[in-house]
Design a protein around this ligand. Structure first.
Ligand SMILES: *Cc1c(COP(=O)(O)O)cnc(C)c1O
Length: 415
């Protein structure tokens, strides 16, 4: 049972193996390494020894990944009724499953309350309205309140993502809502916050501040309202997307988190998504066009923003590597790697230095295991790619490649 290195860089993937997978399963292709998922889970467990760890499934809900994560013993954090259903279907023990509402549609709440009626899942409400709406549906199970951590004195600018007003119950109204929930006969078991900002090796201040505010609030609720089973401080553990970025020191994050929470008679919980799967996945794409321009070499590939939207949507950096067998012998050129979508934003990487690309080369895009396939779309009537899971020497299809017929499948004429 190895916990593996703190980060798995794109350069550490075996080029020959990846080329073989591209050959066998074609591209664009997501590759997810299940053993790396296990290693990431084990490192979390080794650092957060007494804490409860839930995997935020929205980072990657592929069944192969959910099964693997469940076997490591992590719980599941779900952001929708669909994710909740997937976690239950994948066999997570209901008591290890959480659902966190974000302006939940009626249809979601109907489904969630129905599942919760037979199962011991925790339902986290994000507002007084959501509390009332689950109560109206007869929910009387384990309840948690999501907190909008808000802006305090000496507040760090970065917490502002945690202060995005969309998410959670305003900090100074939480105690009242907690009392209201208890008055309604609900089993209030926890408080929750998720800042959303990446917790990085260099910058722990925002995280510390959020956790310390949660500690204060939990102490108030325990003193004035009811006992709590847990305080969950969310996900957001960062991963290095650039090859020279240092990885997180999980032990010191765990220590800082405990210290910031302070003395609370409740279990500390975290719910990382990205950390569990990001470096367990790469995206493979094939070069179809090489075009010299005055500024750069444009490398056209068969994957784009519909395959991996993070560069277009968040301006995220993903390492790109040529898997061409003789790449090391080629001269390096400045390159832009662009997809087949009719959008200016459809670029996977700008200002890169790549071994002079040639048609039919396979490129690997790193750290594609989190929010990659999960955020893919059919825009431009592009079928979604396939996902292959590798485990040791084995490989098998985790999600089949869509065909053109899948793109029109839901239109009445095509039935
Ligand atoms: C997305 C999300 C997470 C996971 O965030 P990561 O940055 O992937 O770790 C955790 N909790 C909640 C409520 C989320 O919405």
């Amino acid at each position: 049972m190895t916990t593996g290195p703190a980060v798995r860089r794109l350069s550490a993937w075996d080029a020959e193996r990846l080329r073989g997978l591209a050959d066998e399963y074609e591209t664009p292709l997501y590759v997810v390494d299940l053993e790396r998922v296990r290693e990431n889970a084990r490192r979390l467990q080794a650092a957060f020894t007494d804490e409860e760890i839930s995997y935020a499934v929205k980072a990657n809900t592929t069944r192969a990944v959910l099964d693997t994560v469940r076997e490591t013993g992590l719980g599941a954090e779900c952001a929708s009724a669909g994710e909740l259903q997937r976690a239950i279907d994948a066999g997570f023990a209901p008591e290890d499953v959480r659902y966190t509402a974000v302006n939940p549609p009626d249809r979601d709440l109907d489904h969630v309350v129905e599942i919760a009626a037979d199962n011991d899942v925790v339902v986290t409400v994000d507002s007084a309205d959501t509390l009332e709406r689950v109560a109206d549906r007869g929910f009387d199970g384990r309840l948690c309140i999501r907190v909008l951590p808000g802006v305090g004195a000496g507040h760090h600018e970065k917490v502002s993502t945690g202060a995005a007003p969309k998410f959670g119950v305003p900090y100074d109204r939480v105690a009242d809502l907690a009392a209201d929930a208890v008055d309604r006969g609900m089993d209030l078991v926890g408080l929750h916050a998720h800042a959303g900002s990446g917790i990085s090796a260099e910058d722990m201040d925002a995280h510390r501040e959020l956790v310390s505010r949660m500690g204060d609030l939990a102490r108030d609720v325990v003193d004035d309202v009811t006992d709590l089973a847990f305080v969950n401080v969310g996900g957001g553990l960062g991963v290095p997307y650039r090859e020279d970025e240092p990885p997180l020191d999980l032990d010191s994050v765990a220590e800082a988190t405990r210290a910031a929470l302070g003395d609370v008679d409740a279990q500390l919980g975290i719910e990382p998504g990205r950390y569990v799967v990001a470096d367990a996945g790469v995206l493979l794409a094939t070069v179809n066009t090489v075009k010299e321009t005055a500024e750069t070499t444009v490398v056209g590939v068969d994957a784009g923003m519909t395959t991996l939207i993070r560069p277009a949507m968040y301006n995220s950096y993903h390492e790109i590597r040529s898997l061409a067998p003789e790449a090391a012998d080629r001269k390096t050129v400045p390159a832009m790697v662009a997809g087949p979508i009719c959008e200016t934003a459809d670029v996977l990487g700008r200002d890169r230095q790549l071994p002079a690309p040639e048609r039919d080369d396979v490129l690997a895009v790193g750290n594609a295991g989190a929010y990659g396939y999960e955020m893919s779309s059919q825009y431009n009537s592009r079928p979604r790619p396939a996902v292959v899971a590798v485990d040791g020497r084995e490989s098998s299809i985790a999600v089949r490649r869509e065909e053109l017929a899948d793109v029109t499948r839901l239109e009445p004429w095509s039935e």
